[in-house]
Write a protein that binds this ligand. Structure first.
Ligand SMILES: [Fe+2]
Length: 565
């Protein structure tokens, strides 16, 4: 008994109910009241997404962060003469002549392997499972058949023509038919943007059908460019020559818009913004979960506060945001829709894999296969940590700070994250949520963010807008020059520079915690977590040595500890 009392007295990190006297309780409350005054909510993106009203100074990174950013950009210097020549040609009105002209930094090229192969069907298929947005792919099953807007009889005909291995009905039962559906982009399609003095931007709302080959790789076999079937909206197939290449470009444009506006900015950066706001406002600095989460929450508010999409004080829209295909209002509304249609619980890694029915082990899907290792390790870690901090479910229910934290994240007048638990009734529920938050800002963000230079960084592979209208019907003429017209002009250099800076810049690594700030039992939990991460590194290295294409974004060796850029 005495030993337990002694141990509690020396605990650095206490739950609010463990405070020993009125003075410390008052200090704690006053500290949080001051924080709540500093971190107030505002609503941006069509008055929908919660952001911090004024960025507190403590959220601005120190000189080390900016120095790293500067050194990162210095690596582009050897390529500047080449960039200057391209720019001069642009100023003289000379058009881009080939896709290779879109390598603006020849000494740091985005993805040399992609440059000559990006138009191949299998490269398109691979990007669904190893690219920047590996969470759109969905199996066609009896429970989730083809969307009604895609005529099934037509798809069966296409299937019979392009698939020798099996028949359509068998392929469905074996989970070998997949779709990508970009219906969410309708608002962009209806409200296209303009850039650089009136150059019109285009995006469509494609539905893509893919077949799972015997080697585990996905092959696209049909693309309908708009949602509603009709004579002007045929299903393009690999037999359609340049029209097929155009259809794939429009599918890539759609994926690029969905990747940033829905998956990346909205469902990672701004979900984390609400979680960070709640953490600053409701968790005392020595609350054991504040101590645990802090290393995962650094720099994000500062990153989100930049005028990437929103207008600045002078009313100018963000330079990067302008590259996307909708006009300003449509782009911001698309992000708002991405948030209101989000569900935190449903987005948990296993729930997402189950709901998209992408569990066929024959599918080459490293995001899924490595992701499950990370998800399980992080969940295990969170469970052990919670068990150290809370002796019972009652302790969780009694922790007024963590209950206020949950309320802040989901409440309509606070963080507005749909599907976030309103309160926690058990240790298990709390651990699942904390593990989910850590997975979101580490492993998931690693996959969604850091492949940007590799795939959309080579702009012809994934332009964020097309700059010529999509083909209308199978009778449309489309030569190589026509295909090149879909590409942006010199703005592509801006996009490539941006993605280079964003993806070549890391400041920390998953598993890094300042151990001295933790109590001894918690330190042991962290050490065990680090050991598990090390084992996963080895396992993923081993997997990569025999994969058709290596996938490293789930390797703990290169996963950052939060959304730091
Ligand atoms: Fe990011």
């Amino acid at each position: 008994m005495n030993f337990i009392l002694l141990k509690e007295r020396h605990m650095m990190n206490k739950l609010p109910q463990q405070e020993e006297n009125r003075r410390t309780v008052e200090n704690r409350k006053n500290y949080l009241l001051r924080r709540q005054a500093q971190y107030q909510y505002a609503y941006e993106y069509a008055n929908t997404i919660a952001v911090v009203r004024k960025l507190p100074c403590r959220e601005i990174p120190g000189p080390g962060y900016w120095l790293r950013g500067g050194i990162n950009l210095l690596q582009l210097i050897p390529s500047l003469p080449s960039l200057l020549v391209t720019y001069m040609r642009y100023l003289l009105g000379k058009p881009m002549e080939s896709y290779r002209d879109y390598i603006f930094y020849p000494f740091s090229p985005p993805n040399p392997a992609l440059v000559d192969n990006f138009q191949q069907d299998l490269i398109f298929g691979l990007q669904r499972v190893i690219g920047v947005n590996p969470v759109v792919l969905r199996a066609v099953t009896s429970q989730h058949p083809l969307p009604q807007k895609l005529p099934e009889s037509e798809i069966q005909r296409v299937f019979a023509k392009y698939v020798d291995e099996t028949d359509y009905a068998t392929a469905i039962t074996q989970k070998r038919v997949y779709i990508l559906d970009y219906a969410d982009l309708e608002i962009l399609q209806r409200n296209p943007g303009q850039i650089d003095g009136g150059r019109k931007q285009y995006v469509t709302t494609p539905i893509v059908v893919l077949f799972l080959q015997a080697d585990g790789i996905l092959r696209p076999i049909a693309i309908q460019l708009y949602q509603d079937a009709g004579p002007d909206n045929p299903i393009y197939t690999p037999n359609d020559g340049n029209l097929w290449l155009a259809a794939k470009t429009f599918a890539q444009v759609a994926d690029g818009n969905h990747h940033i506006l829905v998956t990346h900015a909205t469902r990672i950066h701004y979900v984390m913004e609400a979680i960070i706001m709640a953490s600053r406002r409701q968790l005392y600095k020595s609350h054991p979960l504040c101590v645990l989460l802090n290393p995962h929450l650094r720099h994000t508010l500062n990153v989100n506060h930049q005028h990437t999409f929103l207008r600045d004080r002078k009313g100018r829209p963000g330079r990067y945001g302008e590259l996307f295909a909708g006009d300003y209002d449509a782009t911001t509304q698309c992000m708002a829709n991405g948030m209101t249609s989000f569900d935190f619980r449903a987005s948990a890694f296993p729930n997402d894999i189950a709901s998209r029915e992408v569990d066929n082990p024959d599918l080459f899907y490293p995001y899924r296969d490595d992701g499950v290792l990370l998800w399980n390790a992080i969940q295990h870690f969170a469970t052990e940590y919670i068990d150290v901090c809370y002796q019972s479910d009652g302790d969780v229910a009694e922790d007024c700070e963590i209950q206020a934290w949950a309320h802040d994240i989901g409440a309509r007048d606070r963080g507005r994250i749909p599907g976030f638990p309103a309160r926690f009734a058990s240790r298990q529920e709390l651990a699942e949520t904390i593990g989910h938050v850590i997975f979101l800002c580490t492993a998931f963000h690693s996959c969604i963010h850091f492949n940007q230079y590799k795939y959309p960084g080579f702009v012809p592979n994934m332009p964020h807008s097309a700059y010529a209208p999509p083909p209308v019907g199978k009778g449309a003429e489309m030569d190589a020059d026509g295909l090149l017209k879909f590409q942006p002009a010199f703005r592509a250099a801006y996009s490539q520079t941006w993605t280079y800076f964003q993806t070549n810049f890391t400041v920390n690594r998953i598993g890094q915690y300042p151990l001295r700030q933790f109590d001894p039992a918690a330190r042991d939990v962290i050490e065990r977590f680090r050991k598990r991460l090390q084992e996963i590194e080895g396992r993923i290295d081993q997997r990569n040595s025999s994969r058709p294409v290596p996938y490293d974004r789930m390797n703990p060796r290169i996963i950052p500890n939060g959304v730091t850029v």
